[in-house]
Design a protein around this ligand. Structure first.
Ligand code: ATP
Length: 370
């Protein structure tokens, strides 16, 4: 794949104090966001959290009630959609069925009387590896190929900022995973700023350099995918990005190194640097794949937390791993993901088990534990 003349710097995007009220409903309460030029940024959140509204505000399809939008340092808040250096790729590809692939990509360039529309369209199609299908019509292409044409059409005039609204939503899972990697590669090639909206946490984490998790019109947490996954700040983020085991209890010991929390009589240690609150009633957590299952009580280890005994209430096999649900009296149901080794499951439904995890893998939330 060659970026050729497409390699161009994207622009940064800044949202300052954005609020968006619809009659009777505030979709965005207050949004401050800065997306550096050339980055792949994902807005991730459940249906109705305000992702699409944010995208529409940036595209100029909605006007904010309050706040400012800057692209490359220029205030575009009151600019019309077509005046902004922005293109959008939607879930529905909206290709013209009566035009060839090449004509679809060249259409916008022709309309704006840009030089060499055909050469530029071929270049964009080469970038998405579809130049060999330039003379086909959209209905002669697969869903993934149509999506690539839509992408070529969106980048052909080199917008500073590309908005992607669930662009892979219509594709089947396998193709979707493949396109995620391709989109990421293309973004790196062209160097544009991508703002991608999705409710699929795996998609956001696979593609984006930075993910902002949105909930009820606000950003709950923003950071690199690994950082959000390993160190969620709120229960919403912990549960939206994968699964978590969360426990609540009072802090019963605190040093500069670690806090100890009494979880229904079991002492659980969290590194101070990974705990957002160090006093009072707190919520702490650990990811299911960080837990080790034991069929006998493990010997004490200062580097590990131990919880149990509990009873396995469900075992579900899913190929590479097995999920165990373990009921611990007074605490609740824990989820454990165990890699499948050569010798079958380590425990069965009804087995008495203990769980342990490296202290360094726990985290403490800033949420109110109440
Ligand atoms: P989805 O993933 O379902 O598209 P979303 O996170 O993109 O969800 P938005 O489309 O941004 O959500 O909508 C945010 C909230 O604003 C929703 O509760 C929605 O009902 C509301 N909303 C959106 N557009 C309007 C409108 N024109 N008038 C009134 N309310 C609206």
């Amino acid at each position: 794949m060659s970026s050729g003349e497409f390699a161009s710097a994207g622009a940064d995007l800044e949202l300052v104090g954005i609020q968006k009220r619809f009659p009777g409903f505030t979709a965005i309460e207050h949004l401050d966001l800065k997306i550096p030029a050339g980055s792949f940024f994902a807005l991730l959140g459940p249906s109705g959290c305000g992702k699409t509204t944010t995208l529409r505000l940036v595209a100029g399809l909605e006007e904010p009630t309050n706040g400012r939008i800057l692209i490359g340092g220029t205030d575009v808040t009151h600019q019309k959609s077509f005046q902004r250096p922005v293109n959008t790729v939607f879930q529905s590809y909206a290709l013209f069925p009566h035009m060839t692939v090449l004509e679809n990509v060249a259409f916008g360039l022709r309309r704006r009387r840009i030089d060499d529309p055909v050469a530029k369209a071929h270049e964009a199609l080469r970038l998405v590896e579809l130049d060999h299908l330039a003379s086909r019509r959209p209905q002669q292409l697969s869903g993934g190929q149509q999506q690539r044409v839509a992408l070529a059409r969106a980048i052909v005039n080199r917008p500073a900022l590309l908005l992607l609204d669930e662009p892979l939503g219509a594709l089947d899972l396998k193709l979707r995973r493949q396109m995620q990697l391709e989109l990421k590669t293309i973004q790196e090639e062209v160097g544009l700023t991508f703002l991608h909206v999705t409710h699929d946490q795996e998609e956001a984490m696979t593609m984006a350099d930075t993910v902002a998790v949105m909930n009820k019109g606000r950003i709950e947490q923003m950071g690199a995918p690994e950082e959000l996954y390993e160190l969620p700040r709120t229960a919403f983020v912990a549960n939206f990005l994968g699964q978590s085991n969360l426990f609540t209890g009072p802090v019963v010991g605190s040093t500069s190194e670690a806090i100890s929390v009494d979880v229904a009589g079991q002492k659980i240690v969290v590194p101070a640097a990974r705990a957002h609150r160090h006093t009072g009633e707190v919520t702490i957590g650990v990811r299911p794949e960080k837990l080790t299952l034991h069929v006998t009580e493990p010997v004490g280890d200062v580097a590990r937390n131990t919880m149990g005994p509990g009873r396995v209430i469900d075992v579900s096999f899913s190929g590479v791993s097995t999920q165990y649900l373990v009921e611990v009296p007074g605490i609740g149901t824990l989820i454990v993901f165990a890699q499948n080794m050569a010798f079958g499951p380590v425990a069965h439904e009804g087995s008495e088990v203990w769980m342990s995890w490296n202290i360094e893998h726990g985290f403490g939330l800033e949420d109110d534990a109440s």
